[in-house]
Design a protein around this ligand. Structure first.
Ligand code: KG4
Ligand code: ZN
Length: 335
């Protein structure tokens, strides 16, 4: 089954074609990073216009790269949230238009679910497993019971992990996006140079605000008199240790043997190395090109959600729960 995936939730316009949820035929992405750099973050109106400018051509190019036509597609999958609404609408309207014109089934995909499904691409991973999702907007531990049954068992109480990377990156004077630039700076730093605090919350949840404040105080206290690379390395060490510790704990508590990571932060090489070193559990992570936002993960998710009925006419990115799959919140006591 061939699925055309469309993703425009933030600052990447992405279109892909994936077969049976795993085989990526084409994965095209146009990044807007250069356009947003001068604002130090994503400017929604700029993102919207940039998506609109390229989406039609990118769909045509993707079909042509695969030597396929719209009529060869079995369904269309599109991100319906969470994300910037005016950006999401660009992809959503286009997907709806194509679904009606070519009489194709349309599947609305929750972006976070897409990140989880990035782990099925070019892989033989099967549920059940525990997934750590660490992106720019979310940090969650999710109990993935089947391809369509997900429960959030832990979340951040304040900043998302990628957001913390981005804010500390800005504090260190790095360009947007902070995460990959901070990783580069940390390469020559001493990860033991600064003792930074760990968020004090229950073992399933996350908190990065205390860490962020500690780094801010350090910078304010030292003026220009500190080694930026050392601070970047110490921060990265602290965050990656916390992430690995929490997912390992969650797997043991829930009796899961497989652990999986997903989302933009999982492009971080220190995190990938530490995660791979976990013993006693099977570890899976997406290929680097599927960690940050892409449409292959959305097309893949569309395949796994294909049997859930959601009429095109009623689909809407403004709906309270736009995705056909809810990520349910499970109280800790019911574990
Ligand atoms: O999943 P994603 O591409 O978009 C969202 O859904 O939010 O994640 C973007 C986040 C940004 O905060 C970015 O700084 C972070 O992922 N990120 C990284 C790295 N690459 C991207 N954080 C740490 N190290 C990286 N190499
Ligand atoms: Zn994302």
């Amino acid at each position: 089954m061939k699925v055309l995936g469309i993703e425009t939730s933030c600052d990447e316009t992405a279109v892909a074609i994936v077969e049976d949820g795993r085989k990526v035929l084409v994965n095209n992405i146009i990044s807007q990073i250069e356009l947003h750099k001068e604002f130090g973050g994503v400017k929604p109106s700029v993102a919207k216009y940039a998506h609109e400018e390229v989406i039609d051509d990118l769909i045509l190019k993707t079909l042509s790269d695969a030597r396929l036509k719209m009529n060869d597609m079995d369904l269309i999958a599109v991100t319906v949230g969470p994300g910037l609404v005016i950006s999401l609408l660009v992809g959503f309207k286009k997907a709806k238009e194509l679904a009606i014109k070519y009489d194709k089934k349309l599947v609305g995909v929750n972006h976070l679910l897409g990140h989880i499904c990035s782990n099925y691409l070019e892989s033989d991973l099967e549920p059940p497993f525990i997934c750590l999702l660490a992106s720019g907007g979310h940090t969650q531990i999710i109990n993935v019971k089947s391809y369509t049954d997900y429960e959030i068992i832990g979340s951040t109480l304040d900043d998302a992990c990628g957001e913390a990377f981005d804010k500390i990156g800005r504090l260190l004077g790095l360009p947007y996006p902070g995460g990959p630039n901070l990783e580069k700076l940390a390469e020559n730093g001493n990860l033991r140079a600064f003792m930074l605090p760990e968020g004090k919350v229950n073992p399933f949840d996350f908190s990065f605000s205390g860490l962020k404040t500690a780094v801010l105080r350090l910078v304010q206290k030292s003026g220009d008199n500190y080694n930026r690379a050392d601070l970047a390395a110490s921060f990265q060490e602290n965050v990656t240790n916390t992430l690995v510790k929490k997912i390992t704990f969650a797997a043991k508590e829930t009796g899961n043997k497989k652990i999986v990571i997903a989302g933009g932060v999982t492009a971080n090489k220190t995190l990938r190395r530490k995660f791979k070193e976990v013993s006693d559990l099977e570890t899976y992570m997406p290929d680097l090109k599927y960690c940050t936002d892409n449409a292959a993960m959305i097309a893949g998710a569309g395949y796994f959600l294909r049997d859930i009925n959601q009429p095109v006419e009623t689909m809407d990115v403004f709906a309270k729960d736009p995705s056909c799959i809810r990520l349910k919140t499970l109280s800790k006591s019911s574990l």
